[in-house]
Design a protein around this ligand. Structure first.
Ligand code: TRP
Length: 333
């Protein structure tokens, strides 16, 4: 597993340690190698996890406030309307493991009803999640909490400090859609192994819907999504010492109906060469770097995916107006 402490120490740290902008920051050969591989591929890619440096995490918070970006609001509505039933399905006293916790707000909203025995906030952006947890501890001093800065997409080795009993993985925000379906299956299978026989999963999955709604959600009028996507180039420049010229790129986000996914790309506005220490690449005008997919499932397919991964969907809550599912799934043998 790659521990992306690197990501956090290259962002603006209050101590000033690890000056941003220095390529000497690349202390993890894995991270650099992954970026080089993606940028060198015929169809260039940058892994979506690099979207979430400190600024990226803030821009994503802003996306969640946009009128066009329905997933956060829709899911929050479901959690709010069905909080009692959801808490009942999960039970009190769980070991709540929040995957991609960010500002921890979604889990915190459930604390009063869910009353977890332990809360474990996992996020790739270590500083961001640690700060959020520090604030949360003041609000819920009786809940044992810990922050873990790790890239759980590549592995899920939890430290011994995480309780083994009644693990409840919390995976909201439809992030499962950011894996391809086979990747989603192996990720869920890993969660199934990680939660043990008495474990469960509480997951939010966005469902297929109107193309116009999806196109707008991933390419908003204010350009916040564009800024979020473009920020990945800033982050890569800092990690690799590359010289991506950000104004020379544009955000492209659209629903590819045939593939059942929203695709996010960065498109070169003009032909250009991007350099990094020891290499570089020419991009033609119109050439794209793929940054993320967001698969939109049909409800039956989402439940099928869970079953193939060792989980049984015990409850499904949806929104009457906007297709989105919150699912409680129990580990099966
Ligand atoms: N996980 C989010 C989603 O799929 C991430 C996201 C929203 C995103 N807008 C984006 C990623 C734009 C890249 C570009 O909904």
């Amino acid at each position: 597993m790659i521990n992306l402490m690197l990501t956090s120490c290259t962002t603006e740290t209050p101590s000033g340690a690890g000056a941003p902008g220095s390529s000497a920051q690349v202390s993890s050969a894995h991270v650099a190698a992954e970026l080089y591989d993606g940028l060198g591929a015929r169809q260039a890619t940058i892994s979506p996890k690099f979207l979430y440096d400190a600024l990226g995490s803030k821009l994503f918070e802003a996306i969640c406030e946009l009128p066009e970006y329905y997933p956060t609001r829709t899911e929050a509505g479901i959690f709010e309307r069905h909080a009692g039933e959801i808490a009942h399905a999960c039970g009190v006293g769980t070991t709540l493991i929040d995957l991609g916790a960010g500002n921890c707000a979604k889990a915190a909203a459930l604390f009063p009803l869910l009353r977890p025995a332990q809360y474990v906030a996992v996020d790739i952006s270590t500083d961001f999640v640690s700060e959020a947890l520090a604030r949360l501890r003041l609000r819920f001093p009786h809940i044992e909490m810990q922050a873990l800065g790790l890239d759980f997409s590549s592995g899920l080795a939890l430290p011994d400090s995480v309780r083994r009993e009644r693990r409840l993985f919390f995976y909201p925000g439809s992030s499962l859609g950011n894996f391809t379906p086979p990747e989603a299956r192996s990720f869920l299978t890993r969660l199934r192994k990680g939660c043990g026989p008495d474990g469960a999963l509480l997951i939010g999955i966005d469902l297929a819907k109107d193309k116009a709604v999806l196109d707008a959600a991933y390419d908003d009028a204010l350009g916040v999504t564009a800024a979020f996507n473009l920020n990945v180039l800033r982050h890569v420049n800092r990690l690799l010492g590359s010289d991506f010229d950000i104004p020379a790129w544009r955000h492209v986000g659209f629903y590819n109906e045939a593939a059942g996914r929203v695709e996010m790309h960065l498109e070169a506005k003009r032909a250009q060469r991007v350099r990094w220490p020891g290499g570089g690449r020419d991009f033609a005008a119109g050439e794209r770097i793929h940054t993320e997919n967001s698969y939109k499932y049909r409800q039956a397919d989402a439940i099928g995916l869970l079953e193939q991964s060792g989980f049984e969907a015990t409850r499904v809550w949806t929104d009457p107006h906007c297709p989105f599912a919150v699912i409680h799934a129990q580990a099966i043998a």
